[in-house]
Design a protein around this ligand. Structure first.
Ligand code: ADP
Ligand code: MG
Length: 258
């Protein structure tokens, strides 16, 4: 891999009480790469994504985003120390996160949802933030919804707004946690299309998904997780066409049977 990876996670361990949910997960993601993470429910996919942008702290290993440790810095005593809230917010601003359930602010219009972050965190003027928001709404095919409120939109439309909102922060990295699994089937395609475009434009993306067709077509590499560990990593044609691991075959035979 040439240059500094956008994601460099090494031996990440995460426990909830006694329960070890991640048992040493490593992943490197190069600039402009799209990596899809697949695997059975409960295998730690969401937890891993949440660790990447420090929505969860980790109990072992290291995570660097674009060469910077997330959530900690080297103190004068040579040890890693937690950074302050503001510094963490600045690091997080570089990472867009799209949740399964959109998480738009219901009391704000679409335009306000998209402009709030750039105005508050990035200090951009209203005019500037709104111009950018309109451009992003065009990109996700919702230019006519600027003044709508989230509850009047379909799930697919809300998720496209959520993607536009994340992009408005001009992140270096986009994380998606099963972005289509809460959607009506007829709106899944429009969200995947937006993601496919983003990927082809060179956005660096980590996508947890059950959409095997999307993973196969769009991912540069596919990561298979099971029980808190990476079971297999490879190009999609290899992972789907000639999986090396029994656990991958088992998982694929279950999901592809539907
Ligand atoms: P996946 O996204 O692959 O379905 P998760 O990362 O959501 O898996 O969950 C992995 C495991 O961690 C599950 O056993 C889940 O119950 C547990 N878990 C997730 N979040 C928490 C939490 N906040 N507290 C305790 N256990 C959790
Ligand atoms: Mg999950």
């Amino acid at each position: 891999m040439s240059g500094i990876p956008i994601v460099d996670a090494r031996d990440v361990v995460k426990r909830f009480g006694e329960h070890e949910v991640l048992s040493g997960v490593s992943l490197e993601v190069a600039p402009s790469e799209t990596v899809c993470i697949i695997g059975p429910s409960g295998s730690g996919k969401t937890t891993f994504l949440r660790c990447l942008n420090r929505l969860e702290s980790i109990d072992g290993g290291t995570i660097e985003i674009a060469g910077e440790r997330i959530g900690t810095q080297l103190g004068s005593d040579g040890r890693q120390q937690r950074i302050g809230k503001q510094e963490l917010a600045a690091q997080r601003a570089e990472i867009g996160f799209v949740f399964q359930r959109f998480n738009l602010w219901p009391q704000l219009s679409v335009l306000e949802n998209i402009t709030l972050g750039p105005r508050k965190v990035r200090g951009r003027s209203r005019e500037d933030a709104e111009a950018q928001a309109r451009e992003l709404l065009r990109k996700v095919g919702l230019e006519d919804k600027a003044h709508a409120y989230p509850k009047l939109l379909s799930g697919g439309q809300q998720q496209r707004v959520a993607i536009a909102r994340a992009l408005a922060m001009q992140p270096r990295l986009m994380l998606f946690d099963e972005p289509t699994s809460a959607l009506d089937p007829e709106t899944i395609g429009e969200v995947l299309d937006v993601m496919r475009t983003l990927s082809s434009e060179g956005m660096t993306m980590v996508v947890v998904t059950h959409e095997m067709g999307f993973a196969r077509q769009v991912a540069n590499r596919v990561v298979v997780m099971d029980r808190g560990a990476v079971v297999e990593v490879g190009p999609p044609d290899q992972v789907f066409g000639a999986p090396r691991e029994e656990r991958t075959r088992e998982f694929l035979s279950k999901v592809l049977a539907h």
